[in-house]
Design a protein around this ligand. Structure first.
Ligand code: PLP
Length: 394
């Protein structure tokens, strides 16, 4: 019999995954070209050619006993050193290999950080709308998510409400910029203000409040917009990075956590996060794909393809009367719904349009439309959007 805790999790299983399964079911009935599945954030741009070349070269040339063997739980030192140097070059930081811990993607990065810092009932603040898996990750370590309401004007964090949510149980704050589901990037000014609030509150409550910056979309930026590097603004920061989107490798499960020396008791924390990698059962990040990363440090996915998708979808959506903040990054539109978001999704499904309701991101009356799909699918979906608009607005 499954545990009581697991029973709850099975019941609340991700809506996004459910929509994905629904998409596959509809495709069987209507054919692939007639279903417009905008539900999942699965990159549709193939991994850069360099990834394939690197895999072939590594498999041909590396000693298999080394390549496929166990390693330090934090990952290969030479790979971590090269990542540290690449970050230092881009952001004028001063990291060494030991500040970087290789992870099984951002999901695992978040888990090993939370495992290392949370005591039961510790609170972790998140800003709605947010990636709903955070709830599960926080509950994994008996923490409590505390939600700051959405600021639907521009989806920047509501710092006034944020201040009121911090108390002596607050252990961490998670931010995600560029953001899933809004595509919004927090400006340097916003980051500075958020960090000032946290510094003041740290002094008031007398213990660290960690800022966890979840950054799988750091590289997916469409305009000349800077994505501030958070360790430069706040000392108790963890960066959680992933190659799932930047190199289109979500199935390979590779990323890293940055723990700066400035973070309080950093050596002890680095050890704790490294051990967490082992004891959550990941042991270490996958070996072969770790060795690929140094070949691809200056390479990224085809941003132009996503930008083209964004522009087309944004114009279809707005021309049909829907309201939406134009996203600066990531690959999602977050669209206001004139009726309840779940009802909206049910009506959209009649036209084979699949979206994720905003309530699964703690922001009802919106839907997330993922545009990491083919350009052709967006073009073909135009008529379905027109029909949806006609049904809702007449
Ligand atoms: N964080 C956010 C905001 C995401 O959108 C995702 C995946 O979609 C993740 C974390 C997990 O990423 P990964 O595939 O690297 O585990």
């Amino acid at each position: 019999m499954i545990s009581d805790k697991m029973k709850k999790l099975v019941k609340n299983n991700s809506v996004i995954r459910e929509m994905f399964e629904e998409g596959k079911r509809l495709e069987k009935i209507y054919g692939k070209d007639n279903v417009f599945d905008f539900s999942l954030g699965n990159p549709n741009v193939p991994a850069p050619e360099k990834v394939k070349e690197a895999i072939i070269e590594i498999v041909k040339n590396e000693d298999p006993m080394f390549l496929h063997g166990y390693m330090s739980n934090g990952g290969f030192e030479d790979v971590r050193e090269k990542i540290a140097k690449s970050i230092n070059k881009k952001f004028y930081t001063d990291f060494k290999f030991n500040n970087i811990i290789m992870t099984v993607g951002a999901a695992s990065g978040l888990n090993i950080v939370l495992k290392s810092i949370l005591n039961p009932k510790d609170e972790v603040i998140v800003f709605a709308p947010y990636f709903s898996e955070y709830n599960n990750y926080i509950h994994n370590y008996d923490g409590e998510p505390v939600v700051v309401s959405p600021n639907t004007e521009n989806f920047a964090p509501d710092l006034e409400e944020f201040k009121t949510k911090i108390n002596s149980n607050t252990k961490a704050v998670i931010i995600n910029t560029p953001n899933n589901p809004t595509g919004v990037i927090y400006s340097e000014n916003t980051i500075k203000q958020l960090c000032t609030v946290m510094e003041d509150k740290e002094k008031e409550i007398g213990h660290p409040i960690y800022l966890i910056s979840d950054e799988p979309y750091r590289e997916l930026v469409y305009e000349e917009t800077e994505v501030p590097y958070i360790t430069k603004y706040y000392k108790n920061t963890f960066i959680v990075y992933s190659y799932s989107k930047s190199l289109s490798l979500p199935g390979e499960r590779i990323g890293y956590v940055v723990i700066p020396n400035e973070l309080e008791d950093s050596e002890e924390m680095i050890e704790a996060v490294t051990i967490s990698n082992r004891i959550i059962g990941s042991v270490n990040a996958p070996s072969l794909i770790q060795r690929v990363i140094p070949y691809c440090l200056d390479i990224q996915t085809d941003i132009e393809a996503y930008k083209k998708n964004r522009d087309l979808l944004y114009s279809i959506v707005t021309e049909n009367g829907f309201e939406c903040v134009k996203p600066q990054g990531a690959f999602y539109l977050f669209v206001k719904t004139p009726i309840d978001d779940k009802e909206f999704c049910a009506i959209a499904k009649k036209y084979n349009l699949l979206f994720v309701p905003g309530s699964s991101f703690a922001c009802p009356n919106y839907v997330r439309i993922a545009y990491c799909v083919s350009y052709k699918m967006i073009e073909n979906s135009k008529t379905a959007f027109e029909k949806l608009s006609k049904e809702l607005f007449g």
